[in-house]
Design a protein around this ligand. Sequence first.
Ligand SMILES: [Fe+2]
Length: 280
Amino acid sequence: MQVNPLTCSIGAELAGVSIADVARDDTLFAEIKALLLKHRVLFFRDQDISRADHVAFAKRFGDLEDHPVANSVPEHPGLIEIYKSEKRDHFENTYHTDASWRACPPKGAVLRCISCPDVGGDTIWVNMVEAYKHLPEDIKVKIAGLRAKHGIEHSFGAIMTTEEREELVRKNPLVDHPVVRTHPETGEKILYVGPFSTHFINYHTPENVRFGQDKTPGASLLLNYLISQAAIPEYQVRFRWKPNSVALWDNVSTQHYAVSDYWPAPRRMERATIKGDRPF
Ligand SMILES: [Fe+2]
């Protein structure tokens, strides 16, 4: 197996390995797991495998979960269909970590390309450990201990009827997570806000808010500043898909952005999403 890092910050392409073999081989799996913690997103080409192989590989990392809005492949629960056709319903072209609106967001995912346009539809991943590390010191002090709410309503709920949206929120109420979370396996600090974050829940202290007037601009400017860090190219890798390409990512320490520049061309991807733990 060859390991080819793609940037100085994040991402490596692995050659000479089949994820179907990794699923069956403990030594190989341990190697892949260590590489994932190091590079945060791993890419595999030419994975002409079955859906069962895809699911078996992802399950080595943990149980899989479905999505409240996206469909799963009927015979493979936990394998989500991300099929884009002439319908223009993109939610993935924003920097985000998957499902941070869950109390226990997924710890990783395995995405396989079934078909894609010849050009367009790349995905960008971002190293959010680097994003935290390079924050100005005064910002690090300000955000230590802050918590933010995360919700599903304002993204996936936006094109629903009122009744559907209320049902979505009832099943997926707002959750709060630390703004700086700790990686459960490496101990690294991670900047953990994105477009699902709605507001801080503990910003309103005498230090931050002299008068009520300070709260709204102060808190929202800070939140938007933090969210904007994922757009810095020095923290990123950009991947060009081909059919049978696979990406495996650590959803704790990264964000991603699916570039939606290919409409109205179709693109079909399938994602196995691995259940995670409560952020701390
Ligand atoms: Fe995503």
